[in-house]
Write a protein of this length. Structure first.
Length: 321
């Protein structure tokens, strides 16, 4: 998968479309041995992986209860094996922004939501939107502090980067960017350009892969300008027509498409195959630039998991002149 993905990122005509499958801890908690038997049937995707599902190890925020991160954000979780959400926001006023201390740790930490979502975690959604709307000194200072922290972390990881550097930050909502594309370009684009630019300057052969949920097709060309080599967008939030227009007709952008997770729990096997077929037939290029990403959780019946895997097994071999 790794070699195929890199070939797809570079448009080097991979033999098949690369496929990645993620299984959330909650799925292992629910299905256990049944899920192991299922993945044993698909060595082409899992490589014979064996999981100690009775003694799973996963991040702090995937455990039920509370977790406080290095910024003082309080994460709350009521569902073991699922990701938590931030319920306690340390920044409650503009005064708090100016007194906020940047954490001292330099451990190379780039969690999901390292730039834009970090702002929302610190302030809460409503207060963050007020700050972006006012466009005053406070939002500049807040962004500057988060960027400073990320800059330090990037300095740590630069010497150890491999062939691909992976990042994730959900920039979109269901129907667009909460702050709008113009404000994103004004406030956030320079941050991503600086951070990814550090990689391109110091490790020019390292490819940059960015996961980002939500409706983000408006700024996908901007992310490429920032240095991203492959974007991992969602099918449902962006729509296949927008992805084809932006990533195939207007310019050529490599994407690792997140197949429709909201469809997986409720669709029939034939509907799942049609979904995969549509995505591949619309976005395929002989030279590459396409991967398929699958995330499976406890809400997906095992038979539907198998149907999705059968469909991608069929269409990963797709060829069109």
């Amino acid at each position: 998968m790794a070699d195929l993905l890199q070939q797809a990122m570079r448009f080097e005509s991979p033999e098949t479309i690369p496929v990645g499958v993620g299984l959330l801890p909650a799925a292992w908690i629910k299905y256990g041995a049944e899920l192991q038997r299922l993945i044993d049937e698909y060595p082409q995707f899992f490589g014979g992986r064996k999981v100690d599902y009775e003694h799973l190890s996963y991040g702090d925020t995937y455990h039920r209860g509370s977790h406080v991160d290095e910024w003082g954000c309080v994460w709350e979780n009521i569902d073991e094996g699922m990701e938590a959400i931030v319920k306690g926001h340390p920044v409650k006023s503009e005064e708090d922004i100016f007194t906020l201390k940047v954490p001292e740790n330099r451990d190379g930490r780039f969690p999901h939501g390292f730039m834009y979502l970090r702002l929302l975690d610190l302030c809460g959604f409503e207060f963050a939107m007020e700050l972006f709307g006012e466009e005053g000194e406070a939002i500049d200072v807040l962004i500057g502090k988060v960027l400073e922290y990320n800059r330090r972390q990037m300095e740590v990881i630069l010497p150890n980067l491999g062939a691909v550097a992976y990042f994730g930050d959900d920039l979109g909502m269901q129907k667009g960017l909460a702050i709008g594309a113009p404000r994103w370009r004004k406030y956030l684009k320079p941050c991503f350009a600086e951070l990814y630019g550090m990689i391109k300057k110091n490790r020019p052969d390292t490819l940059i892969y960015m996961h980002t949920d939500g409706c983000i097709y408006e700024i996908m060309p901007d992310l490429v300008e920032c240095g991203v080599d492959m974007i991992n967008p969602q099918y449902r939030a962006n729509g296949i027509d927008n992805l084809v227009r932006v990533c195939r007709r207007e310019q050529r952008i490599a994407i690792n498409l997140d197949l429709d997770r909201q469809l997986f729990p409720v669709a029939t096997p034939s509907e799942l195959e049609s979904h995969v077929a549509e995505c591949v037939e619309e976005l395929y290029l002989p030279e590459g630039g396409l991967g398929l990403n699958i995330e499976l959780n406890y809400d997906v019946p095992l038979r539907n998991m198998a149907a999705v895997l059968d469909a991608v097994e069929k269409y990963r071999h797709y060829k069109k002149a």
